[in-house]
Design a protein around this ligand. Structure first.
Ligand SMILES: NC(=O)c1ccc[n+]([C@@H]2O[C@H](COP(=O)([O-])OP(=O)(O)OC[C@H]3O[C@@H](n4cnc5c(N)ncnc54)[C@H](O)[C@@H]3O)[C@@H](O)[C@H]2O)c1
Length: 371
């Protein structure tokens, strides 16, 4: 093979470019919190051709080592001090996957330092935390995306669009639930924070925030008030010191009088019908079963046949939300779940939680946060 001098020079130059310069063309990315979700996000980041992993952070050395091994392709720097990530000039985007009570402080610091932020849900566990993230995100020119990844599932987007286009008439009511067959393992990876309500926010805020975000999306609004009751009725003092409810029932009121009934528990026997998660959206022309693999419309007329709105297809690209985040950062693409979505989801969950804790009607205005 004959190689001319120009090509030889180019080949030599490229081989001589240090790794740091090669990754500079990519979005230099850090992950703070490399536990269960952080490890998943790290794989998703490694899957993005536009991203390079330059820093990893966790206070648990074993998790940090494991993450560093997964990302060895990019030779990231590791640290147990998240503020080093924020201060680094070698980081353009920060993924935050620490326990929920730490999200707001980390996200705000990252935004103030000019980083793009992908922040796991919930973006905060108190109204004050959410308000502070809203202010920081609005003051920043960078992208802030909440980890409400249901927003990037095409089948849901298609169905929600059909509902917004009038398929079921006016939305009048939602019945939704998130029932699990068991608690999270008490000695699991997140056992040291999950059962402390001040750290996780509780089951509604930490997990049902996804379901509630979907309900907000369908109604195209956030609720105005909520009433509810919750309790620790099954896992009493398990694990010891537990402060999060294991069951609850909340009624939400949305604009135009739309009502939502939401229940949660973590003791639904596997064989008992009616378990798992669902969202039934009732309209004046019929109802939609939204959360199934093939969302379906059931017309109100007696005898009318159900219509499958989106046929069950092959699994969608699992990292679509992360890809959309990078498209927003690099190409000005639409933010898949910006601050308004992340804040409304967190506050909707906080509203329901507050109603259960106070055992009285709580209004959105009581939370004292404007989106
Ligand atoms: N979007 C989703 O579907 C989804 C799924 C699971 C979890 N999550 C969210 O991801 C977050 C993490 O959940 P998880 O299940 O991965 O928990 P986890 O406990 O497995 O991981 C959290 C990690 O954060 C680390 N950490 C704690 N304090 C830290 C600090 N000060 N600095 C750096 N690292 C610190 C812990 O050592 C741990 O490794 C939660 O907010 C959770 O709600 C989202």
């Amino acid at each position: 093979m004959i190689i001319d001098r120009r090509h030889l020079l180019m080949a030599t130059a490229s081989a001589a470019i240090p790794l740091s310069a090669q990754t500079a063309a990519k979005t230099r990315t850090a992950v703070i919190g490399t536990g269960n979700r952080g490890s998943y996000l790290l794989q998703a980041v490694l899957d993005q051709p536009v991203a390079a992993v330059t820093m990893l952070c966790d206070i648990k050395p074993d998790r940090l080592d494991k993450a560093a091994t997964s990302a060895s392709r990019d030779n990231p720097k590791t640290t147990s001090d998240w503020r080093q990530v924020i201060e680094s000039d070698n980081v353009d985007a920060v993924f935050i996957a620490t326990p929920p009570y730490l999200h707001s402080e980390m996200a705000i610091a990252a935004l103030k330092r000019g980083k793009n932020v992908y922040c796991e849900k919930p973006i905060g566990v108190t109204p004050a935390q959410v308000r502070a993230v809203i202010e920081a995100a609005r003051a920043s020119r960078k992208v802030f995306t909440a980890g409400q990844q249901l927003r990037s599932i095409k089948r849901l987007a298609t169905t929600v669009q059909k509902i917004h286009d009038g398929l079921i008439g006016d939305v009048v009511m939602i019945k939704a639930q998130r029932h699990a067959t068991a608690d999270l393992p008490h000695d699991g990876t997140s056992g040291d924070w999950y059962f402390d309500v001040t750290k996780s926010g509780g089951y509604l805020i930490e997990q049902s925030v996804h379901n509630l975000d979907l309900c907000n999306w369908v109604v195209d609004a956030h609720p105005t008030r909520a009433a509810g009751l919750g309790a620790i009725n099954f896992y009493k003092n398990q694990p010891p010191g537990r402060t999060i409810f294991d069951c609850g029932s909340i009624t939400y009121d949305y604009p135009k009088g739309v009502k939502m009934s939401f229940t949660q528990n973590v003791f639904h026997p596997r064989a008992l019908p009616g378990g798992g998660q669902y969202i039934y959206v009732y309209g004046t022309k019929g109802a939609v079963d939204l959360m199934t693999p093939a969302p379906t419309f059931y017309p109100i007329e007696p005898g009318a046949q159900p219509t499958v709105l989106v046929e069950k297809g092959p699994p969608e690209y699992a990292h679509a939300h992360i890809a959309a985040f990078y498209a927003a950062v690099n190409q000005g693409g639409p933010n898949p779940a910006g601050i308004a979505i992340g804040a409304a989801a967190a506050l909707t969950a906080i509203l329901g939680h507050e109603a259960m804790v106070r055992e009285k009607m709580v209004t959105w205005d009581d939370l004292g946060v404007r989106i």
